[in-house]
Design a binder for this molecule. Structure first.
Ligand SMILES: C[S@@+](CC[C@H](N)C(=O)[O-])C[C@H]1O[C@@H](n2cnc3c(N)ncnc32)[C@H](O)[C@@H]1O
Length: 492
């Protein structure tokens, strides 16, 4: 494996790790919300579902008030905000534009699994980037860092594949050697915590190991006409010498996450959450997952014992969850499929009612998250925001149907304010990320609506604004979709 000097940010230090080669520790105390690293993207590829919806250069969604995306007339397979983005991308796109369609329609390509297709496209983009850097004689520190990353196995079938490059480019490393770094090191790029692309951020890969109870998270900054950047933010106070750990996969994938560590990353996670979960899963009894009300009640009783419709104030723990303390009847329901079911029920009911179902399942999802995720994990904040918007929408829709009494209004308003407070507490630490708009703007809008509601005089509806966009992201947050482009089975 090529050695390479790594320049580590000032407040961090690289130290030996017994299994994972190196670990990165804090040098000084870091408080929650501190950005510890911002790095450029070496190259990236949009998920097929995002193609033609986002710019292939800057990954942004076009402003609806401006022109639609322009298509590359050469391959008609790449889309751009405007000439500026297209020209910026042409630096590398010209290296495969002409051969792209023949390649993507080829038998060898169509026989690949979806994650393999995505990887081959990423490899093509990487080779084109290396070729451009070679020609430009630009700084190759990032490339050297990428080549020094821990490799994983590559199947012979994959190493025999070619990329649609128009010139016979022989980069510093052969394609197989580059490809072998993908599985253990690449990142999913997300906007508002929904995956949109895969990308290579070499320094971040080199620095951070995984934990299912992380103290930091990666977020992505999308700027029109600029390359995407990754930023790593600590989500709780970190002491000097403490290792900085990020989640490689969503810790809520209770059953699949260990398989992903094994097959994709080549290690067994031994964090406190995985150790407790292994024990729980070896004792789980069969339960009726369809008995939703019973499971919702059990989750609420254990996690939020004081929350009722009269007292909807939810407080979240500020210490990491310990699954060893979960009572046996709850241990049986700690299942990924139940969480997916609860998310789906919440999404449907928060759109179409009944509001009681949205409240019951929404609180159960929050309880589930509190049992799995560490404090300030973005998904907890995102879900609290969905619950706040759901309560707001319930006020507006039942009011316009003439079915809202004063007691329900007061309770729903309390709920909306309490949930908005929780989401602000978390998402303000995470800060802005992804596309324009998103949760920070939604929180501002809802805050304004709740304030105007507080000033409202005797029964006159000053603001009938329903936050319709509320739960669209839940449709993409169900278990199946979370793992579509992830390797589960390594075919070597
Ligand atoms: C992105 S790299 C991490 C950087 C690595 N520490 C280095 O020195 O280059 C991912 C690899 O680090 C190792 N790793 C990361 N987190 C780990 C953990 N919690 N336990 C064991 N190995 C881990 C695994 O080999 C994994 O495939």
């Amino acid at each position: 494996m090529p050695s390479c000097h790594i320049t580590v940010p000032q407040n961090l230090a690289l130290q030996p790790h017994p299994i994972a080669r190196n670990k990165t520790v804090a040098v000084t105390k870091l408080s929650a919300g501190t950005t510890i690293l911002t790095v450029p993207c070496l190259c990236k590829v949009l998920l097929p579902a995002e193609k033609s919806l986002r710019c292939d250069f800057c990954l942004c969604i076009p402003d609806p008030n401006q022109n639609a995306l322009r298509r590359c007339t050469g391959c008609i397979s790449y889309w751009y905000c405007d000439t500026k983005c297209q020209l910026a991308h042409w630096r590398t796109h010209k290296k495969y534009c002409k051969n792209f369609n023949k390649y993507s329609a080829s038998r060898q390509f169509s026989q690949l699994e979806s994650y393999e297709k995505l990887d081959m496209m990423l490899l093509t983009h990487l080779l084109a980037e290396l070729s451009a850097r070679d020609a430009e004689e630009t700084d190759i520190t990032e490339v050297d860092t990428f080549r020094s990353l821990l490799p994983g196995p590559v199947s012979e079938r994959i190493s025999l594949l070619t990329c649609p490059l128009t010139t016979n480019y022989k980069p510093h490393a052969n394609p197989g050697e580059l490809f072998s770094r993908f599985g253990r090191n690449n990142f999913v790029i997300h906007s508002h915590f929904t995956t949109i692309a895969h990308g290579i951020f070499p320094l971040a890969s080199r620095l951070f190991n995984h934990s299912c109870l992380p103290n930091a998270i990666a977020k992505y900054i999308l700027t029109p006409a600029a390359e995407v950047q990754m930023t790593v933010v600590v989500i709780r106070d970190v002491s000097p010498d403490e290792e900085i750990l990020i989640p490689y996969v969503d810790p809520a994938l209770l059953e699949t996450r260990q398989k992903m560590f094994k097959f994709t990353y080549g290690f067994t996670c031994t964090c406190a959450s995985c150790r407790a979960l292994d024990n729980i899963m070896s004792h789980q009894s069969l339960i009726d997952l369809e008995d939703i009300s019973t499971h919702c009640a059990a989750l609420r009783r254990h996690v939020f014992p004081t929350v009722t419709s009269d007292n909807p104030i939810i407080s979240l723990p500020d210490t990491p969850p310990d699954l060893n303390n979960v009572p046996p009847e709850l241990q049986d329901i700690l299942q990924e499929s139940l969480l997916a079911k609860l998310c789906e029920l919440f999404r449907n009911a928060s759109h179409d009612g009944p509001v009681e179902v949205a409240q019951e399942t929404g609180l159960a999802v929050l309880a589930f998250y509190v049992l799995i995720y560490p404090p300030n994990y973005p998904q907890i904040g995102m879900h609290a925001l969905e619950m706040a918007k759901t309560a707001w929408n319930a006020i507006i829709t039942s009011e316009s149907a003439g079915s809202l009494n004063e007691i329900s209004r007061t309770s729903l308003l309390k709920q909306a304010r309490a949930c908005l407070g929780l989401s602000r507490h978390i998402l303000d630490k995470v800060g802005s990320e992804g596309d324009a708009g998103g949760p920070l703007v939604e929180m501002q809008v809802l805050n304004g609506l709740l304030k105007s509601e507080a000033n409202r005089k005797g029964g006159v509806n000053l603001n009938g604004y329903v936050l319709r966009e509320v739960s669209a992201r839940f449709t993409r947050y169900l278990a199946g979709k979370r793992t579509e482009y992830v390797r589960f089975k390594r075919k070597v």
